[in-house]
Ligand binder design. Sequence first.
Ligand SMILES: [Zn+2]
Ligand SMILES: [Zn+2]
Length: 169
Amino acid sequence: MKVDISELKENRNASMELSFLEPVTLIKIGGEEITFNGPASVELFISNDTDFFTIYGSVSVEAFLRCSRCLKVFTFPLKGTIEAQYRQVSPGYEGIEDADLKVFNGNEIDVTSDIKEGLILSLPVKAVCFEECKGLCPTCGKDLNKGKCECKIEDIDPRLAVLKDLLKE
Ligand SMILES: [Zn+2]
Ligand SMILES: [Zn+2]
């Protein structure tokens, strides 16, 4: 989404609020591909702070995440914060883009990457479909939420297991 800030530019200390739906497609993170259940709903507050424009807001969307225990895909409501500052490229200020101060040209600020960043930061470190998810059996792969399997989970330290085998001989 490109936000037209031409009116804001004319008045120092002016601000504007806007809300819109932003189409979000795939986000790739750590080898995992995350897709979304529809567009993200975005609310922004933008202010003219003389030397730069400050953007603050929120983004929310339902994401399809994969459970880190049972590998099932489930929907998870993401709610992220958007925070950015932009400075206009002008004669004498070509603007070196960095994480704290981004640059824009003309009358529009493209907030697409800020929305994406807000979503990425709101992702859970380890997604779980529900708090008590038992995950899959490491031996047979059965979903343990659907019942126990026949495998004996040996809780023996592998070094002790070697010792046990030696003693048998
Ligand atoms: Zn799970
Ligand atoms: Zn099993």
